[in-house]
Design a protein around this ligand. Structure first.
Ligand code: HEC
Length: 206
């Protein structure tokens, strides 16, 4: 897929431009909705992960990351008419987690911004790009590594043997280990076709 940036965005910094039919207000509303959806994604997944880790330990919780994450992403996608995914700086599941060219560029920008002192928990970026000749609003919210991630994404010493065995058999292509707390793990990535109107705020309750 080829993405031609039609506007270099400083949306997050506050300045907003119109692109094609989209007004500055439209884009600001889309950014707000994307931020809310990203927060909901991270919160729901984090909650489910924590619960399962406490109940059944990390071996059981593998299923949360495998099944619940794509399910939440799918729910948000269907409810809004968007494409909502999770991408990694390195990936465990190349079918779902691999960044495309635009996402790679944004992940690299995130790391450059962090090197200048910005913090991942507040970091996001959005801009209007053309996909297949049609304008889309694309947005990414950084996901940092936390302590709770290390049992499955940390070093060989941090990953329990039982988890390692399960991961090795389910994900022979796994590259998503060796992370440290505070590093960039990936991002929530949202693509909104501009010709699909925003669902009014409050219309999605779940
Ligand atoms: C219990 C094990 C486990 C824990 C704990 C865990 N993950 Fe994962 N993670 C996985 C598995 C399994 C996948 C692959 C999911 C799939 O099949 O798409 C994954 C995939 C991901 C991906 C998608 C990119 C990829 O590598 O395929 C991201 C991003 C991610 N995890 C972030 C996190 C973060 C952030 C935390 C901590 C808050 C975390 N994970 C904690 C097991 C875990």
């Amino acid at each position: 897929m080829h993405f031609a940036p039609v506007l270099k965005s400083t949306l997050i910094a506050g300045a907003v431009f119109a692109a094609g039919a989209a007004t500055a207000d439209d884009i600001a509303a889309r950014e707000k909705a994307a931020r809310a959806a990203s927060a909901a994604f991270v919160q729901k997944l984090g909650g489910a992960l924590k619960e399962e880790m406490q109940k059944g330990g990390p071996e059981q919780a593998i299923l949360v990351c495998r099944d619940i994450a794509p399910q939440i992403a799918g729910d948000l996608s269907r409810a809004n008419g968007w494409r909502v995914t999770r991408v990694g700086t390195r990936v465990r599941n190349p079918m779902l987690g691999l960044a495309d060219d635009w996402e790679h560029k944004v992940l690299n920008d995130f790391r450059a911004r962090a090197a200048k002192g910005e913090k991942y928990p507040d970091m996001a970026f959005g801009e209007v790009v053309e996909i297949g000749g049609a304008p889309h609003y694309r947005f990414m919210k950084a996901i940092p590594v936390q302590e709770a991630c290390l049992a499955c994404h940390g070093s060989a010493e941090q990953i329990p043997d039982g988890v390692e065995a399960k991961l090795a058999s389910a994900y022979p292509q796994d590259r998503a280990t060796g992370y440290q707390v505070g590093e960039l793990r990936g991002a929530v990535s949202i693509t909104q076709p501009l010709d699909i109107p925003l669902v009014p705020a409050g219309a999605i309750t779940d």
